[in-house]
Ligand binder design. Structure first.
Ligand code: SER
Length: 506
């Protein structure tokens, strides 16, 4: 089954069980200041769970666009270096608003996953988990009994604590105990080389494919749990993960959801893709930097192209604050890896076209926003080109100096990284990637100290003697406008506007 077929089958299954097929909501959560981006299928139903909003259906099913970067669930730094982390992903779910509860939710899930008419996944590859009780919420006896009623052997039903089996959308809002289905990918999937570890080892072999949340409470800012007006169901199945299972591959990046994008990036960059994902080609790009295997770079470009295309399509614009800042980080991280591969410019708008051709049948809004998305991506690419050229060359020089000292095991000094960040605007997480490929670890302690010192200096400059000398208007401006250091190096951007002019007199 292709990714598109899996998505369709999921939605069809639940339509057959009386659920309304509801379109994915935007990645920009409307009217919810607690959320940076839509990060779960239930976001658009938050007020329905809380009893604040009524719909003309009490069962729904969706395939929801989600981004987990920069907010409570932040996966950005891991993307590219694992088989399963993404910034953008699709979450398929079924929802009950005060209608059915644990019994039906578990029966539906088990049928869809195991029935040969549907996904037909072998039962002996599956494990389930239930909440074992913590923090005043009792053990989930009902869920336990329902898995057994489905014929899951008792030794495959595990009881875990709140970390694994209590789900909350954010620090406040609807939440409740959950129950998960995990798939055994086999020893080859272990990131730690385990050959016979047992569930629930978290080495990568056992993969959570579906989370069934039994929404029972609303958590307030003080952490207190109040029961919801009616218990509800919110489930989430990661399309990319289940595609890996059904397409019999251990990495999400080897599924048909990513392969066409990886092929396109390979083609554009002229990079050689190795069939063995673990093989690392050591090569040098035009900056002389070691590109430790093109695989992580290709995965990062594929993943981030999806995120950037969808985010811009949903109205986010790269900027130095909030959502726009996270989008800028995603785009720039992708561009850094385009550079590693010596890719041409423009690159990301061509990737965006590849994203559209794979996904516009499920998300028609992608076609409508195409020219806007491409224009914004091209502009951001040009803007970053200057920063990255200067900053990367300098980083490379620093690395060479240390390598001369034959101290490769030495951490890369945090003060140096800070200097590059401060002077050239080279983002810290980009440096981490570059240094990782060079065999260095960034010294986070000294970096933190340098950052802290800068904050202290900045504060002192407004508090101490400098305050007398500086025009107070600068302090006012600094309260409102934040800029990244690299802002000062690229003032040719077309979408800038003058917000304030400081004159001698104030
Ligand atoms: N909200 C739950 C999750 O995101 C289930 O959909 O995992």
């Amino acid at each position: 089954m292709t990714g598109n077929e899996i998505r369709e089958m999921f939605l069809k299954f639940f339509e057959g069980k009386g659920h309304r097929r509801v379109r994915s909501s935007s990645l920009v959560p409307h009217g919810d200041p607690t959320l940076l981006f839509t990060n779960a299928g239930m976001n658009q139903f938050k007020d329905v769970f809380l009893g604040l909003e009524k719909r003309d259906y009490n069962r729904a099913t969706t395939a929801q666009k989600c981004v987990r970067a920069g907010g409570k669930h932040n996966d950005l730094e891991n993307v590219g270096f694992t088989k399963r982390h993404h910034t953008f992903f699709e979450m398929m779910g079924n929802f009950s608003f005060g209608d059915y509860f644990k019994k039906d939710a578990i029966a539906f899930a088990w049928e869809l996953v195991t029935s040969p008419q549907w996904f037909g996944i072998a039962k002996d590859k599956l494990y389930t988990t239930v909440f074992n009780g913590e923090g005043g919420v009792p053990r989930d006896e009902e869920a336990h009994a329902q898995w057994l009623a489905q014929g899951v052997p008792a030794e495959r039903v595990f009881e875990l604590g709140a970390k694994d089996n209590f789900w909350a959308m954010g620090d406040t809002g609807p939440c409740g105990p959950c129950s998960e289905i995990h798939y055994d990918m086999g020893p080859a999937a272990s990131d730690e080389g385990h050959t016979d570890c047992k569930f629930p080892c978290d080495c990568g072999r056992y993969v959570e494919i579906w989370n069934l949340v039994f929404m029972q409470f609303n958590r307030d800012a003080g952490g207190a749990l109040t029961p919801l007006p009616k218990p509800c169901v919110d489930t989430g199945m990661g399309l990319e993960r289940v595609a890996a299972v059904l397409q019999d591959t251990i990495s999400n990046f080897d599924t048909d959801l990513f392969q066409p994008l990886i092929r396109r990036a390979t083609e554009l960059a002229g990079a050689k893709q190795t069939p063995d994902a673990s093989l690392r080609i050591i090569d040098r790009n035009k900056y002389g930097m070691v590109t430790a295997g093109v695989q992580p770079s290709l995965r990062i470009i594929a993943d981030h192209s999806r995120a950037a295309t969808f985010l811009i399509s949903d109205g986010v614009i790269p900027s130095n604050e909030g959502r726009g800042y996270v989008l800028r980080k995603i785009i720039r991280r992708a561009l850094l890896h385009v550079r590693f591969l010596n890719g041409p410019m423009p690159f990301l708008s061509l990737m965006a076209e590849a994203v559209r051709s794979e996904m516009e049948s499920a998300y028609p809004e992608l076609r409508e926003s195409a020219s806007r998305v491409d224009r914004i991506l091209d502009e951001e690419e040009r803007r970053f080109a200057r920063t990255i050229d200067v900053g990367l060359k300098r980083l490379h020089e620093e690395v060479k100096l240390i390598q001369k000292d034959i101290r490769r095991a030495t951490p890369f000094p945090g003060e140096k990284a800070f200097q590059l960040y401060d002077t050239f605007g080279l983002p810290i997480d980009f440096m981490r990637d570059v240094l990782r490929d060079e065999g260095f670890v960034l010294d986070e302690g000294s970096l933190d100290r340098a950052m802290q010192e800068q904050r202290t200096r900045a504060r002192a400059s407004w508090k101490g003697g400098a305050k007398e000398a500086a025009n107070p208007a600068y302090a006012k401006i600094a309260e409102t406008f934040k800029t990244e250091p690299d802002f000062y190096f690229s003032t040719s951007a077309k979408d800038c506007c003058i917000e304030a002019i400081v004159t001698k007199s104030g």
